[in-house]
Design a protein around this ligand. Structure first.
Ligand code: CO
Ligand code: ZN
Length: 339
């Protein structure tokens, strides 16, 4: 599965530019599920159940954060805005790769002259151009962090672990799952980083009985970290709350029960800042019971996001068990009431 993770994280795919990631996933699905792409670019892979189950939606987002060019000056230097939650502190000396293949170096006007935090307007990108005419990129072009995949023991390091690791987990689950009573829709969503837009329209279209997002979450296990009871290597995390949602209590019990049934390490997650596709799915139409299977991740939204491979494998096992068995009646009870 590491090869799959490496291929996914090294593929270019900022929000709105998910085509390459989508083609890659579609290729790997092969004929194992029915596949279609909706109007926004979400890839929907359908695994029909044997009957008697419910309609389960699993969402993992294909997009990553990035930078978009806003201006090219007379000397060929580029100014930019961000796509998604990019912090200027992660950028100086970093590199971005544009869709056409051009590379850019991110620099700060005040480098070596100031101890302040860089401001957005003081940052620029150097693509080796000397004028707008010979610049390989222009206004509207989008760059993604350029950083290759690496391993540090059990730890995997890459840009875009958020959320290609979720895509890898969903895809691996789809490929490994055998029989299930449930109709399972694996949705590889677009534009999560700019406001869970892909999940919103796909959940509306699919009208699932229950929905689960697979995404990264923060940890509290680094020096001086904000207290958070999630650590790398302690197993996949079951979200209880984040700043956009409260997990449906029955979904929480379902997830915990599945992890206990497997006897695998798992942890409970309360994330104080950030949210996932689960929020959009939960608020779809008249409401969908929703939860989130989280992969603990350090340094989220930097070019070196770190996860633990054992947590990834645990997440596949847990998701596979959840989608392959009958979903507890408590989860779908509210949706089934028609009066
Ligand atoms: Co993110
Ligand atoms: Zn994410």
């Amino acid at each position: 599965m590491k090869e799959l993770v490496q291929t996914l994280v090294e593929t270019y795919g900022p929000s709105g530019q998910e085509g390459r990631v989508r083609r890659l996933i579609e290729e790997r699905i092969g004929g194992v599920a029915q596949v279609r792409t909706d109007a926004l670019g979400n890839l929907i892979a359908f695994k029909q159940g044997s009957g008697g189950g419910c309609k389960v939606m699993v969402a993992a987002h294909m997009d990553e954060i990035g930078l978009i060019i806003t201006h090219v000056d007379e000397k060929g230097f580029l100014r930019f805005a961000r796509i998604g939650g990019v912090s200027p502190a992660t950028l100086i000396g970093g590199r971005v790769r544009f869709a056409q293949g051009a590379l850019g170096v991110i620099a700060w006007e005040k480098w070596l002259r100031s101890n302040d935090k860089p401001e957005w307007k003081e940052l620029f990108i150097d693509v080796g151009a000397t004028s707008p005419k010979d610049s390989p990129v222009g206004v509207g072009d989008v760059g993604a962090f350029e950083r290759s995949f690496a391993e540090m023991g059990d730890r995997l390091v890459a840009k875009a672990m958020d959320d290609r690791i979720g895509c890898a987990i969903a895809l691996q689950t789809l490929l490994e799952m055998e029989s299930s009573p449930n109709d399972v829709y694996f949705v590889f969503t677009v534009q999560e980083e700019v406001g869970t837009r892909g999940a919103a329209v796909s959940a509306f279209g699919l009208e699932p009985d229950v929905a689960v997002a697979v995404d990264v979450t923060g940890t509290g296990d680094t020096p001086e970290a904000h207290p958070m009871a999630v650590s790398l290597g302690a197993g996949p995390a079951i979200k209880i709350m984040d700043s956009g949602m409260l997990t449906h209590p029955a979904v929480k019990e379902w997830m915990i029960g599945a992890a206990e049934g497997l006897g695998i390490p798992h942890q409970l997650e309360v994330l104080e800042l950030g949210s996932t596709d689960a929020r959009a799915m939960q608020l779809s139409r008249s409401g969908v019971p929703a939860g989130c299977l989280s992969v603990p991740c350090r340094y989220i939204h930097t070019p070196s996001e770190v996860v633990d491979y054992r947590d990834v494998q645990g997440a596949v096992a847990l998701l596979k068990k959840m989608v392959s068995e009958a979903v507890p009646a408590e989860v779908t009870a509210a949706k089934r009431q028609t009066v």
